[in-house]
Design a protein around this ligand. Structure first.
Ligand SMILES: Cc1ncc(C[n+]2csc(CCOP(=O)(O)OP(=O)(O)O)c2C)c(N)n1
Ligand SMILES: CC(=O)[C@@H](O)[C@H](O)COP(=O)(O)O
Ligand SMILES: [Mg+2]
Length: 590
C-alpha cells in the first residue's frame, strides 16, 4: 500500500508538520491501513473508520499528550493508536502480548484513561480537568470523545450534570452517527436527530440548559469544519460541547451499508468489503442463539414473557424476539442499571422477565441486582452472556467476576449450564414460574451440543449431574470448564480414576451429591471459569472442612490478577483451566 504521509508519522508531532490540505490524503491512508489490518486480524472496524478525520483533527489541533484526550469505550481508537507511535505493531492488536483493542494507560502516554466499558469519558475528563485547575494548569485541555449511544447512559449524564456547575477546561465531543452496535434508541436519540435535521430543538438546547457552551452540529468528515469549530470553542471558557455528525464505517461501502455487521465483522476482503465466511455451516450453535431462539419459542406460547437488553440485541440474540414481539422485547440502550430495575418493576406486576446482560456489563448494575431484585426476592431471570474468558476483548470484557459477586447475595439462584440443551431447559424451567431471582450464566462462543432443539424438559433447580464415575479423584466443574475437564480426564492414562460432576447450580449447591462425593473419593479438584477468589472452589473447600474430609481439595480458576487479551484457548492455558492444564493437575494429584 502507498502511504506517503502515514509512514512519516511516528507521533502527533509529525502530524502537526503537515499542512491542512495534506490531512485528507492522510485520512485516506489511515483508513486503508485500518481496513488492511482489520480485514485479516479482525477487531472493531466501523467505529474507527467513522472517526478517521476527527482523530486526525484532534491530534492536529490539540497538544496531545499534554492535553488529555479520552476516548469513550475505546473501540474507535485504532486511528489514535496508529498515529501515536503504534503503527508498526498495530498488527498485534488484540493478540496475546500485543496491543490492547482499547486505550490502556500502561500502553502509551497518549492513552490517558483505560476504557472498554462505555460512558466513563466525561467523568474521567472532568476529574482530570478539576485536578488540573487545582494544580494551576489552567491552559490544559481535557477532551472527552463520546458516541451517541454512550452519551445516553446514566453515567454520562452524571458527568454532564456535575461539569455544568464547574469552570473546568472540559471539551465534550459528541460523535453522533445515530448508531451504537445496533441502532441507537431512546428520546435523546430523537432529540439529536432533530438537532441534526432541522436544528429545531436548538431554541431549547438541552446541552446549553446544562450550562455547556454548545456548538454544532458539524460534519465530522470535514477538516475545515472540525478545525474551525475547535478554534471558535477555544475562545469560550468553561465546559463546552461540540456536536459532530459522522458515518460509522465511512470509506468502506459495505461497512457503511451494514453498520451492525461491520461493527466487528471478522475477516473480510479488504478491496470489496465482502465477509470471508470460513465457518462450517454445521457447527453447533452459539450460546447466545440458544438463548435468543429458545426465548422466542417460549414467548410465542406465553404472553407474560418479556425480554430486556441494554444495547446488545445482536450480541445477546434478543433480536429474534424483538423482531417478532417488539412490544415485549426491549432494547433500553446502554443502561444496565435501568435494565435491571426496569426488570424488577415488571416482575412486581407478574411478568416473566428475562434480562439479558453480558457478565462484564452487569458489574455496573450491582446495586440494582442486590437492592431492587434480590432484597425484594423478585423472580427476575438474569441471562448472563459472555461469562468466563471472552478472548480478544481482554481484561475489560472478561466475565470472570460474576460467580464471586453473585454468590454472596441472598435469595439468588445461580446456574451455569455446560451445554446448549441444559441452557435451553433451564430457560424453559424458569418460565414455568420461580420463587426467587435466578442468574443463568453462559459463555461466549459455541456449545458442543448440535442436537439441542429437542422437546423441553423440566430441570430440578439445585440438582447437579455426575457425568463420569471413578474411584480416586472427583472433578467438580462448572459451565465451560465441564467440557475441558472431560477432555482432560479422557487424556489421562486411566480415566476410571476420575469422577466428573457437572455442578450446573452454583447456588444452591447440591449438598447431598457433594457430601456423597467427598465420602467416596480420595481427593477433589474444582474447576471454574471465574475468579478463584470468592469462587466455588472456596465454597467446596469449606464444606469439605465441615465434613472432616481427609483428602485434599484443590481448585483451578481465574487467578487473582487481571487477564489481558488473547484467544480464549491461550488465556485458558495461562489461567490454568485449559484441558491440558487440568490434565496435568489431575496427574499430579494422583
Ligand atoms: C457499559 C457498557 N455496556 C455495553 C457496552 C457494549 N458496547 C460497546 S460499543 C457500544 C455502542 C457504542 O455506541 P456509540 O457510543 O454510539 O459509539 P459508536 O460505536 O457509534 O462509535 C456498546 C453498546 C459497553 N462497552 N459498555
Ligand atoms: C466494544 C464492545 O464492548 C463490544 O463491541 C464488544 O466487543 C462486543 O463483544 P462480543 O463480540 O462478545 O459481542
Ligand atoms: Mg454511535
Amino acid at each position: 500500500m502507498e502511504s506517503a504521509f502515514l509512514k512519516q508519522i511516528n507521533s502527533p508531532k509529525d502530524l502537526r508538520k503537515l499542512n491542512k490540505k495534506q490531512l485528507s490524503f492522510l485520512a485516506r491512508e489511515l483508513r486503508e491501513f485500518i481496513i488492511d489490518i482489520v480485514s485479516t486480524k479482525e477487531g472493531h472496524l466501523g467505529a474507527s473508520l467513522g472517526v478517521t478525520e476527527l482523530t486526525i483533527a484532534l491530534h492536529y489541533y490539540f497538544n496531545t499528550p499534554y492535553d488529555q484526550l479520552i476516548w469513550d469505550v475505546g473501540h474507535q481508537a485504532y486511528g489514535h493508536k496508529i498515529l501515536t507511535g503504534r503503527r508498526d505493531n498495530f498488527e498485534t492488536n488484540r493478540r496475546l502480548n500485543g496491543l490492547s483493542g482499547f486505550p490502556k494507560r500502561s500502553e502509551s502516554e497518549y492513552d490517558t484513561f483505560g476504557v472498554g466499558h462505555s460512558s466513563t469519558s466525561i467523568s474521567a475528563a472532568l476529574g482530570m480537568a478539576l485536578a488540573s485547575q487545582l494544580k494551576g494548569e489552567h491552559k490544559k485541555k481535557h477532551i472527552a470523545v463520546i458516541g451517541d449511544a454512550s452519551i445516553a447512559s446514566g453515567m454520562a449524564f452524571e458527568g454532564l450534570n456535575h461539569a455544568g456547575v464547574t469552570s473546568a477546561n472540559l471539551w465534550v465531543i459528541l460523535n453522533d452517527n445515530a448508531i451504537g452496535i445496533d441502532p441507537s434508541v431512546g428520546a435523546l436519540k430523537e432529540y439529536l436527530l432533530k438537532a441534526t435535521v432541522d436544528k429545531r430543538p436548538l431554541q431549547a438546547n438541552m446541552i446549553e440548559a446544562l450550562n455547556f457552551h454548545y456548538s454544532g452540529p458539524i460534519d465530522g468528515h470535514n477538516f475545515e469544519e472540525l478545525l474551525g469549530a475547535f478554534a471558535e470553542m477555544e475562545k469560550v471558557e468553561g465546559p463546552k460541547f461540540l456536536h459532530v455528525i459522522t458515518k460509522k464505517g465511512k470509506g468502506l461501502q459495505k461497512a457503511e451499508e451494514d453498520q451492525v455487521k461491520y461493527h466487528a465483522p471478522g475477516k473480510f476482503d479488504k478491496r470489496t468489503g465482502e465477509l470471508i465466511d470460513t465457518l462450517d455451516k454445521n457447527l453447533p450453535p452459539k450460546y447466545q442463539d440458544v438463548f435468543g431462539l429458545t426465548l422466542l419459542e417460549l414467548a410465542e406460547k406465553n404472553e407474560k414473557i418479556i425480554g430486556i437488553t441494554p444495547a446488545m440485541p445482536t450480541g445477546s440474540s434478543l433480536k429474534y424476539m424483538m423482531q417478532k414481539f417488539p412490544e415485549r422485547a426491549l432494547d433500553v440502550g446502554i443502561a444496565e442499571q435501568h435494565a435491571v430495575t426496569l426488570s424488577a418493576g415488571m416482575a412486581t406486576q407478574g411478568m416473566i422477565v428475562y434480562c439479558a446482560i453480558y457478565s462484564t456489563f452487569l458489574q455496573r448494575a450491582y446495586d440494582q441486582v442486590i437492592h431492587d431484585v434480590a432484597l425484594q426476592n423478585l423472580p427476575v431471570i438474569f441471562c448472563i452472556d459472555r461469562a468466563g474468558l471472552v478472548g480478544e476483548d481482554g481484561a475489560t470484557h472478561h466475565g470472570v467476576f460474576d460467580i464471586a459477586y453473585l454468590r454472596c447475595i441472598p435469595n439468588i439462584i445461580i446456574a451455569s449450564p455446560s451445554n446448549a440443551s441444559d441452557l435451553r431447559n433451564l430457560l424453559y424451567t424458569v418460565s414455568l414460574g420461580i420463587e426467587n431471582p435466578i442468574a443463568i450464566r453462559y459463555p461466549r462462543g459455541r456449545s458442543q451440543d448440535k442436537d439441542w432443539r429437542k422437546e423441553f424438559k423440566k430441570l430440578e433447580l439445585g440438582k447437579s449431574k455426575t457425568l463420569l464415575s471413578g474411584n480416586k479423584i472427583a472433578v467438580i466443574a462448572v459451565g465451560s470448564c465441564v467440557a475441558d475437564a472431560k477432555k482432560a480426564i479422557q487424556k489421562t492414562q486411566d480415566p476410571s480414576n476420575f469422577t466428573l460432576t457437572d455442578l450446573i447450580f452454583i447456588k444452591p449447591l447440591d449438598l447431598d451429591l457433594i457430601k456423597k462425593t467427598l465420602r467416596q473419593h480420595q481427593h477433589i479438584l474444582t474447576v471454574e471459569d471465574g475468579s478463584i477468589k470468592g469462587g466455588i472452589g472456596e465454597e467446596i473447600s469449606r464444606i469439605a472442612l465441615e465434613e472432616n474430609f481427609a483428602g485434599k481439595v484443590e481448585s483451578l480458576g481465574i487467578p487473582d490478577k487481571f487477564i489481558h487479551q488473547g484467544t480464549t484457548e491461550e488465556l485458558k492455558d495461562l489461567a490454568g483451566i485449559s484441558n491440558e492444564t487440568i490434565k496435568n493437575k489431575l496427574i499430579s494429584m494422583l
